[in-house]
Design a binder for this molecule. Structure first.
Ligand code: ZN
Length: 115
């Protein structure tokens, strides 16, 4: 069984490998306690992920990681964003409901984009 530190380390490695695949370079990746979101991405290029995302299944982790990393390229949730998300995480829609249903009301500031 993995320790929490080990799981976070593994999650950071997933972020690094996704960043390479997506050809983005976050200025900083933070893993910290978050209660209302699974992840966020600042305009300064800082990606923050919830520490307990490391306990979620890998498909869901990928969805949140790719979602936040893609914001380094596309700041909104428009057509381009959805197309890129679909290309890299084809099953993202199945995760999207989990993302909103599991504990947290919404992961990032999506409410404005959910039209
Ligand atoms: Zn988003």
């Amino acid at each position: 069984m993995q320790t929490p530190d080990k799981r976070r380390e593994v999650m950071r490695e997933r972020v690094a490998s996704w960043a390479q695949r997506l050809n983005v370079q976050p200025r900083q990746v933070r893993v910290q306690h978050m209660t209302r979101k699974w992840g966020s991405c600042s305009t300064a290029g800082i990606v923050t992920l919830a520490a307990d995302l490391a306990d979620q299944d890998l498909g869901f982790q990928d969805f949140v990681i790719v979602h936040e990393l893609l914001h380094l390229r596309v700041p909104n949730h428009g057509k381009l964003f959805k197309a890129l998300l679909t290309a890299h995480v084809p099953a993202w829609q199945t995760h999207a409901s989990h993302r909103t249903n599991a504990k947290r009301p919404t992961a990032t500031n999506e409410s404005a984009a959910k039209r």
